[in-house]
Design a protein around this ligand. Structure first.
Ligand code: PLP
Length: 359
């Protein structure tokens, strides 16, 4: 019998990690199951946003506006940035991929902190680029001095995720200003602000002001978290015009559906209502952190809609036990767990479980 031969893949595919999406758990003995593993907001969509989506559903026989004109205009007004500096994509993960494909090819280097957002290594690898991962400091903060030292003639982009997923800490304006003074201006610095709406530390980066002050800085933002549109896939980049142009060119044509465009515009119109929910999440985060601190945990302070518990070797045991209480959390084996700030009942169960994991 002849052995079957499969079509050849690019060698990079062999080392490509698979994105680990947050899992759903099964209900246990009548316990309602909760998902605290993907940093979604637990609130259902606003009725006004659903109404806009329902309207748009009547036009799905048509291709969407490939230039996402109305959305870009709304963002341009909101941030007082020229429309030509803004580009959209299928979630900010899609935009991130468009950015890396625009600036980094085979053998080029992309620097980012580690641990940080799991999509970065996947996207860099797909582009054929080399990931340069700079360890976070012991308390989960970006080590910008070390990131500066990691720059070489092959560096094409640097990602700074603030608040950082999964550790929740921020980079301060002063830190980034000092950093940017020393980064060569032909290297793109992308500030990933997926969780910026949840930040209440006034020393944190103001991404928009920073990009306005530098010719090599851009921000990456999303409608998936604070705006509650994770299921619709829409995110955006604001930054140097040549990069925004390239992000438009590398996009999958018609990737952002009309439904997503309309929902994003409606969400910007109803931002005040959505941001009340953000306040609720922040109040819950404060409560959750203080309960864990009372138990004896030392947590890196979170400015996002999740909390990082550094459980080290006990991470997998905690993840397994959380299945028993019908709550899905996000374990990073050997390091810690990331818990999204969701329903109170789920958080209470997590606190009770955590009580058994205090050293
Ligand atoms: C969730 C997240 C995103 C956004 O992803 P979308 O593709 O917009 O849903 C981007 N960056 C980070 C760090 C995230 O955690």
């Amino acid at each position: 019998m002849s052995e079957s031969v499969n079509p050849q893949l690019r060698p990079e595919m062999a080392k490509l990690p698979t994105y680990k999406a947050g899992k759903k758990v099964a209900p246990v003995n009548g316990l309602t199951a909760y998902k605290l593993s993907s940093n979604e907001v637990a609130h259902s969509p606003l009725p006004s946003v659903v109404a806009a989506i329902v309207d748009a559903a009547n036009e799905i026989n048509r291709y969407p506006d490939p230039f996402t004109t109305n959305l870009i205009q709304a963002l341009s007004d909101k941030f007082a940035v020229p429309a030509e500096q803004i580009a959209t994509g299928t979630g900010s993960v899609g935009v991130c991929q468009q950015i890396i494909q625009s600036v980094a090819g085979a053998g080029d280097e992309v620097i980012y902190a580690w641990r940080s957002f799991e999509a970065y290594p996947i996207i860099a690898t797909i582009a054929g680029a080399v990931s340069v991962q700079v360890p976070l400091t012991n308390n989960g903060q970006h080590d910008l001095a070390a990131m500066l030292n990691a720059i070489t003639s092959r560096t094409r982009a640097i990602f700074v995720c603030t608040p950082n997923n999964p550790t929740g800490g921020i980079v301060t304006q002063q830190e980034i200003d000092e950093f940017l003074e020393k980064v060569p201006e032909n290297i793109l610095v992308v500030i990933d602000e997926a969780y910026v709406e949840f930040n209440r530390d006034e020393n944190a980066i103001d991404g928009i002001a920073t990009l306005k002050a530098h010719s090599n800085v851009g921000v990456l933002r999303t409608f998936s978290k604070a705006y509650g549109l994770a299921g619709l896939r829409v995110g955006y980049f604001i930054g140097p015009k040549n990069i925004a142009d390239a992000v438009r060119k590398t996009a999958v044509p018609f990737g952002v559906s009309n439904i997503a465009q309309v929902a994003a515009v409606a969400s910007l119109e109803h931002e005040a209502e959505l941001f009340k929910r953000v306040e609720e999440v922040i109040a819950e985060r404060t409560w959750f952190e203080s309960e864990l601190t009372k138990l004896g945990f030392k947590l890196p302070p979170s400015q996002a809609n999740f909390v990082w518990i550094p459980l080290g070797e006990r991470t997998e045991e905690f993840a397994l036990r959380s299945e028993g209480i019908a709550v899905s959390i996000r374990p990073f084996p050997g390091e810690g767990v990331r818990i999204s700030i969701g329903e109170r009942q789920a958080l209470e169960r997590v606190i009770e479980l955590a009580g058994e994991f205090v050293f």
